[in-house]
Design a protein around this ligand. Structure first.
Ligand code: TEU
Length: 540
């Protein structure tokens, strides 16, 4: 079968923050429809939509209360159909977020399951306490307990994320049948696949106590268990294989070995997956404790994954991560240069590149000044926990500011006008004050902008077989330099990337195909944060 998902560049939209068409301060489907031509112009071939389903928004849509309907904040099903229709005309494939580890506690299934006699009881994981204590010692992803007590039935339910996100019970075959139906519903509507959220934690092999750990005590009982592999194969066999679609798994804490098993084509599980190791290279144990970014470490991890898997889903940013230019580049003195360099790196690796909204204009971390500006449930929980642990206030704030997910959730900056052109009302979350400089409208007029560069690089990738399907070979990694090669039987391209503020020497010949400095000759010296693609190979 034609694996079109390997040939296209993907773009992730976080709908709440993309474009608000009706002035309620929340982005919506009409806003997305309006900007599809913009995405086409950018060269995008796959659009991943973060959840637009009905949800009480405890976790901004990742707590779903109805999988078959659209949240009124975002619009209507008729608008969704229109979006799918227009995207099809523009040859943009739409991928939906499939959040099946948990539902909202306001989902009908969960409401019914509160009754111990209901056939829905077993849709979730309910357990009695152990002599007044919780059923086990597990800890959650969101810095809170992962068992919630229910007065009415005297039992606890499991939630690996917030308490408004109860985990589904995948030992119950009925649950899987429900999920299959939901998938068919969307595939019949014309979506082309799913981003399968935290898919490698869905199957809980046992509910025994876990080994005590700094994070996620209990995880050995649910991380990538055999039951998950079986479920993935079943979903492929019964549903996905009958449609022209693909899946990308969001797989937490995967190793190259477990990731290989999850995405090895012959096993018929996932088509590709998001791994996290490169995103953890600037953290100590948890993302809340950041260390200095070390390009060498980062590039070594990228190389490791490029070599370990035949096909990666590559990303430097998403709605859960801070902005990459603020993190891996320099958002003060070399914002534009480093944003373009990261663009070359992302789009030159082997695998499907995923760009997150705003990355293409070099949007930076949020310049918030107080907790009042924070909206994310995870940040609230972590802040609360850090307070309980007596972390100094300044440090607590530093954690949120550097690592909080709201960094990437501020509204897309469309213009230098009011509210960055995002909304005519009051935006649900603050807008970065740098929008007067960093916005689409201004960059569209400037041929040397980050946006213009993204367009150029995506175009180049879209028409260059070597970049799309060529093999990967690491040539050199120095402290702030990364050189690799993409090759096939008919030729090769050398990619040279500098993470340095200073000029860097690297001897190589070959004609530049594209450089972030827009040059026609390469003299062996890279300018600050320059990235360059050279025709041919430079040797090891
Ligand atoms: O994220 C899962 C996940 O494990 C992390 O990326 C998490 O968001 C957090 O940063 C851990 O510190 C997925 C979604 O992408 C995220 O937006 C949801 O909040 C989460 O699942 C729960 O549904």
């Amino acid at each position: 079968m034609n694996q079109w998902w390997r040939d296209r560049v993907a773009y992730q939209i976080y709908p709440r923050s993309f474009l608000d068409s009706d002035g309620n301060g929340i982005g919506d489907l009409r806003g997305i429809i309006h900007k599809l031509p913009y995405l086409k112009e950018l060269g995008i071939g796959i659009l991943w939509l973060s959840p637009v389903y009905c949800s009480p928004n405890d976790d901004n849509g990742y707590d779903i209360s109805d999988y078959r309907d659209i949240h009124p904040d975002f619009g209507t099903m008729a608008e969704m159909d229109k979006l799918l229709d227009l995207a099809k005309k523009l040859d943009i494939r739409v991928v939906m977020d499939l959040v099946i580890n948990h539902t909202s506690d306001e989902h009908e299934w969960f409401k019914k399951s509160r009754d111990p006699e209901s056939p829905y009881r077993d849709y979730y994981i309910w357990r009695p306490g152990r002599n007044g204590r919780k059923p086990n010692n597990w800890t959650s992803f969101f810095a809170e307990d992962c068992w919630e007590y229910d007065e009415h039935s005297g039992e606890y339910y499991l939630h690996l994320f917030s308490k408004k996100q109860p985990d589904l019970n995948f030992r119950n075959p009925k649950v899987l049948e429900e999920i299959k139906d939901i998938m068919r519903f969307w595939l019949h509507k014309g979506v082309s696949g799913f981003r399968c959220e935290v898919i490698n934690v869905i199957f809980k092999e046992s509910l025994e106590d876990g080994r005590k750990r700094m994070i996620l005590t209990g995880r050995e009982h649910y991380l990538t268990r055999e039951g998950t592999h079986e479920i993935l194969r079943e979903l492929r066999r019964d549903v996905l294989s009958r449609f022209d679609c693909f899946t990308v798994g969001e797989t937490v804490m995967v190793t190259p070995k477990t990731a290989f098993d999850l995405s090895d084509p012959s096993r018929k599980e996932l088509d590709m997956l998001f791994s996290f190791e490169h995103m953890d290279t600037d953290a100590v144990i948890v993302k809340w404790f950041r260390t200095r970014f070390r390009p060498k470490k980062f590039c070594n991890v990228l190389c490791k994954w490029q070599t370990a898997l035949d096909w990666n889903a590559n990303y430097f940013e998403n709605h859960d991560q801070p902005r990459c230019v603020s993190r891996f580049g320099d958002d003060r003195d070399y914002r534009s240069e480093s944003a373009k360099m990261l663009c070359v790196l992302l789009l030159s690796l082997r695998g499907t590149p995923f760009i997150y909204q705003g990355q293409e204009i070099g949007m930076t971390n949020f310049d918030f000044t107080s907790m009042e500006q924070i909206r994310d449930v995870e940040s609230f929980n972590v802040y609360r926990l850090a307070t309980r642990l007596h972390f100094p206030k300044a440090f607590r704030w530093h954690m949120i500011q550097q690592s909080g997910r709201d960094n990437a959730r501020t509204p897309m900056q469309w213009s230098p006008g009011r509210n960055a052109g995002f909304s005519s009302g009051t935006p649900w979350i603050g807008i970065n004050r740098n929008y007067t400089d960093i916005n689409v409208e201004t960059q569209e007029k400037n041929p040397s902008s980050v946006l213009a560069f993204y367009q150029k690089m995506i175009r180049l990738r879209n028409k260059t077989k070597l970049l799309k399907s060529g093999g990967f070979r690491c040539v050199k990694i120095r402290r702030k330099l990364f050189v690799f090669e993409r090759f096939n039987e008919s030729g090769s391209i050398t990619v040279i990337i500098s993470f340095s503020k200073k000029a860097v020497r690297f001897r190589a010949s070959g004609k530049p195909i594209l450089s972030t400095c827009d040059r026609s000759e390469y003299d062996g010296i890279l300018r600050p944060y320059e990235a360059i693609l050279l025709q041919g190979r430079v040797g090891g």
